[in-house]
Design a protein around this ligand. Structure first.
Ligand code: GLN
Length: 484
């Protein structure tokens, strides 16, 4: 039953062909069997999950329950969960137990999803390979010598190996789409403001957005429908009605105008990966869409802009970890400064420290105008490029990443090479746009991802296009041999 999509499992639960307890037991067994190899989870909540599954079965027996009643589920370990630790992949929060649930968590709970555990991730969501986690790297289920991508590597690996039908994830510069592409699963980062950030541990607040990783676009739509919507507790949450993403899934693509992102097919793109993406575009043409090239002249600046803006915001957000109020506290501090210094030195890993230092520098008096302000101006230009493109086309498409998954350890010593992994994903975050990655074939045996970007609040259009594509292809249904 682990091979079934979330949509099929939800239907089986509703029809009482399977119980939530059976499903939860089966997935827990798969999680346990794979944990040493994949390290996808930081915390497994078996007992709590079984109790929740029993309650779900009672609700289903009575003909009650939400849209995801009894469905096994997991949360990236930066969504606060009352009573269950939330580590953010950091020693700093190794023992942190939140007193409340994130809005995403409480909404999915209310919809009946059963949480099986918290998923491993790069420390404070900073990374593209899931190697910065204090809890050790996650491995790619397609080849365990490779990275799963980051920072939502645990979520992507777990769905790819069918340890869970779906999981939450977050995307600040590509952390849903890049690991989804590396692991051959479907991921959607909604429009900034579409999903509440309340209770989601902050990295870079103007970029962070929660979304879903699932096997298919249909599954992602089913989950997003429950997660999305206005939340008065998040000041950047947008008060706009949430369309029924599922009901909008079967629209024909005839007449759809697709722009192919010229700058994404530069010399850095792997040739076999490019073939997969071009073949996917041909499928859309067969479905009646028109495809033409579109240029976003400022998009090559997105990596430098992001690596000024994101560290600046993170240096401010992470100032709260001072050894006093949250997280790790050093032993026997002899004064306040010693407490701050040692708690932070011990609690944060190297990548987080690098970002805090960069961020503090670009915000400092004398450098603010040269770096931060300039980056914000270029950010506007990038957003304007996208706005212009969406005056001409309905959706933009291209590769999600320049290459398929790389080897563990290959890029850790060279942060700039690591940062360049996000070259195709960061633009959507800077402009606040919804974007997806959809499995579109295999490049030298490894999954490749087709990226789809839309105008603000066009999630339904993205999901529909992905769904129509997935009706024509079966890349999203492939399961790595070791977990098949
Ligand atoms: N890889 C990017 C970074 O390291 C994006 C991470 C993310 O989206 N959370 O910042």
């Amino acid at each position: 039953m682990y091979r079934q999509t979330l949509t099929q499992l939800a239907a089986d639960l509703r029809a009482r062909r399977v119980s939530s307890v059976e499903l939860v037991r089966a997935f827990l067994a798969r999680i346990e069997a794979s944990q040493r190899d994949l390290n996808a989870f930081v915390t497994v909540t078996a007992e709590q999950a079984l109790a929740q599954a029993e309650a779900a079965d009672r609700a289903l027996a009575a003909g009650r329950g939400g849209a995801l009643e009894g469905v096994p589920f997991g949360h990236k370990d930066l969504f606060c969960t009352a009573g269950v630790r939330t580590t953010c992949g950091s020693r700093m929060l190794k023992q942190f137990i939140s007193p409340y649930d994130a809005t995403v968590v409480s909404r999915l709970k209310a919809a009946g999803a059963v949480m099986l555990g918290k998923l491993n991730m790069d420390e404070f969501a900073m990374g593209s390979s899931n190697e910065t986690s204090y809890f050790g790297p996650v491995r790619n289920p397609w080849n365990r010598a490779l990275v799963p991508g980051g920072s939502s590597g645990g979520s992507a690996a777990a769905v790819a190996a069918r340890l869970l039908p779906a999981a939450t994830a977050t995307d600040t510069g590509g952390s849903i789409r890049q690991p989804a592409a590396f692991c051959g699963v479907t991921g959607i980062k909604p429009t900034y403001g579409r999903v509440s950030r309340y209770g989601m541990i902050a990295f870079a607040s103007s970029l962070d957005q929660a979304g879903v990783i699932a096997a298919s676009a249909e599954d992602a739509a089913r989950v997003l429908r429950e997660m999305a919507g206005f939340d008065p507790r998040d000041s950047t949450s947008v008060d706009a009605p949430v369309p029924d993403y599922l009901a909008e899934l079967d629209q024909p693509l005839a007449g759809l105008k697709i722009g192919v992102l010229k700058e994404f097919f530069d010399t850095g793109l792997d040739a076999a990966y490019e073939r997969c993406v071009r073949e996917a575009l041909a499928v859309f043409e067969r479905l009646g869409a028109s495809v033409r090239e579109v240029s976003l002249p400022n998009i090559p600046l997105s990596v430098p802009v992001y690596y000024v803006v994101a560290p600046a915001e993170c240096s401010s957000n992470l100032a709260r970890y001072d050894g006093v109020r949250f997280g790790h506290r050093c032993a026997e501090a002899h004064d306040l400064e010693d407490l701050y210094k040692r708690s932070r030195s011990e609690g944060f890993g190297a990548e987080v420290k690098r970002r805090i230092m960069t961020g503090t520098y670009v915000l400092s008096a004398g450098y603010y105008d040269a770096y931060y302000l300039k980056a914000q101006r270029v950010r506007r230009l990038i957003a304007a490029d996208f706005a212009r493109a969406f005056g001409e086309v309905d959706l933009l498409m291209g590769p999600t990443t320049p290459t398929p998954a790389f080897e563990l350890g290959a890029k850790v010593a060279d942060p700039i090479t690591m940062y360049l992994n996000d070259i195709y994903t960061i633009g959507a975050n800077l402009a606040g746009l919804p974007a997806m990655s959809v499995p579109c074939g295999f490049a030298a045996g490894l999954p490749a991802g087709l990226q789809i970007i839309g105008p603000h609040f066009a999630e339904a259009r993205l999901l529909n296009a992905a769904h129509r594509y997935q009706r024509e292809t079966d890349w999203h249904l492939r399961i790595p041999e070791a977990y098949a």
